[in-house]
Design a binder for this molecule. Structure first.
Ligand code: FES
Length: 119
């Protein structure tokens, strides 16, 4: 897992914070990669169609590490019990299981940025 420091705290001034995460080529297609951004454990995924998604790394079911799971289409599959989460919205396919937090991702050229909400 890669930990990235921020030059200023996230959400300072009550604005979302845009953080450069990595280069697009550093994300394996169809798999997850874990990062720690400003104390948040985040899983970042690159789909086969080139879209990039980011969610919290901890599964809301029993804490499975989502970055160790796979991306099937645009769904994150938890490695522990195979619950699926919509990569864009974080909604779970199982009734009664909370959604995982999903983060906006922006790709500019080869650079991947994640937008953290205001504190
Ligand atoms: S811990 Fe993720 S589905 Fe159970």
């Amino acid at each position: 897992m890669q930990t990235l420091a921020l030059k200023s705290p996230p959400g300072r001034g009550h604005k979302p914070t845009r953080v450069r995460v990595c280069d697009l080529d550093e994300l394996p297609v169809g798999l997850g990669r874990a990062f720690t951004l400003a104390g948040r454990a985040v899983a970042v995924f690159r789909a086969r169609d080139g879209q990039v998604f980011a969610t919290d790394n901890s599964c809301p079911h029993k804490g499975g590490p989502l970055a160790d799971g796979m991306l099937v289409g645009h769904q994150v599959v938890c490695p522990l019990h195979a619950f699926r989460f919509a990569a864009g919205s974080g909604e779970c396919d199982q009734p009664g299981v909370c959604a995982v937090t999903a983060y906006p991702v922006e790709v500019e050229g080869s650079a991947v940025y994640l937008v953290l909400p205001a504190a």
